[in-house]
Design a binder for this molecule. Structure first.
Ligand SMILES: N[C@@H](CCC(=O)N[C@@H](CS)C(=O)NCC(=O)O)C(=O)O
Length: 213
């Protein structure tokens, strides 16, 4: 099976697929594009003009949740829970993590202090809601690492860098969430899921957005 993942270096949704592929030790090629100036071939194959796109023997898949489920179903032991109710719940929370990623992006992007504070408040509320859902861990479903963890890890990759500068999240207010993040960030598949100069790229991205922060 030939797998080619089309990526943008800063995209958290692509990072989810990279984590899944690395965790399951699946060989793949990665092609980076500049989303601000996307090549014509990408515009032709990506129905929504978004990354990630996964080419499977030339066939195009899009949407990170779909891509991750495809990878999971075709390689190794499943990372999605086998119980249908738990699996459905996990899918719902994966959507929730996508909303958190969007809130995080809007925080970085906010043009005024007021807009920044509003998004910060949304983010902190979303963290609290998630905190009440989390158990003792170490993973989202307890002992078993799952696709839900691959979908949430990119939040923490960015949050650490943002929090070093903005200090908006106090770990004591959401200890389970904080511990979960530390566990994920220490995993080799998560560490290797971004480019070597990711921190610098993300910090420059935060500085160059022309935003309030
Ligand atoms: N729901 C999509 C979201 C993907 C997404 O928003 N990707 C961004 C980059 S991080 C993108 O390609 N944006 C380009 C655009 O919206 O034109 C997924 O989960 O794959």
């Amino acid at each position: 099976m030939s797998l080619e993942l089309i990526s943008f270096k800063l995209c958290p949704y692509v990072q989810r697929s990279v984590i899944t592929l690395l965790y399951k030790e699946v060989p793949f090629d990665i092609t980076y594009i500049d989303l601000h100036n996307p090549p014509e071939w990408f515009q032709e194959i990506s129905p929504l003009g978004k990354v990630p796109v996964l080419k499977v023997n030339g066939v195009v898949l899009f949407e990170s949740a779909v891509i991750n489920e495809y990878i999971d179903e075709t390689t190794g032991s499943p990372l999605h829970p086998t119980d249908p109710l738990l699996r459905a719940q996990n899918r719902a929370w994966i959507e929730y993590f996508s909303t958190m990623l969007m809130t995080q992006f809007q925080m970085v992007n906010a043009e005024t202090e007021e807009a920044f504070e509003a998004k910060k408040s949304d983010m902190l509320s979303q963290i609290q809601r998630l905190e009440s859902q989390l158990g003792a861990g170490p993973y989202f479903n307890g002992q078993d690492f799952s696709l839900a963890d691959t979908a949430a890890a990119p939040i923490f990759t960015r949050m650490v860098l943002m929090n070093e500068r903005l200090n908006y999240f106090d770990p004591a207010t959401a200890p389970n969430f904080d511990q979960w993040g530390q566990t994920l960030l220490a995993m080799p598949a998560v560490k290797k899921s971004v480019v070597d100069d990711f921190d610098e790229l993300y910090i420059n991205f935060m500085k160059n957005m022309g935003s309030y922060i």
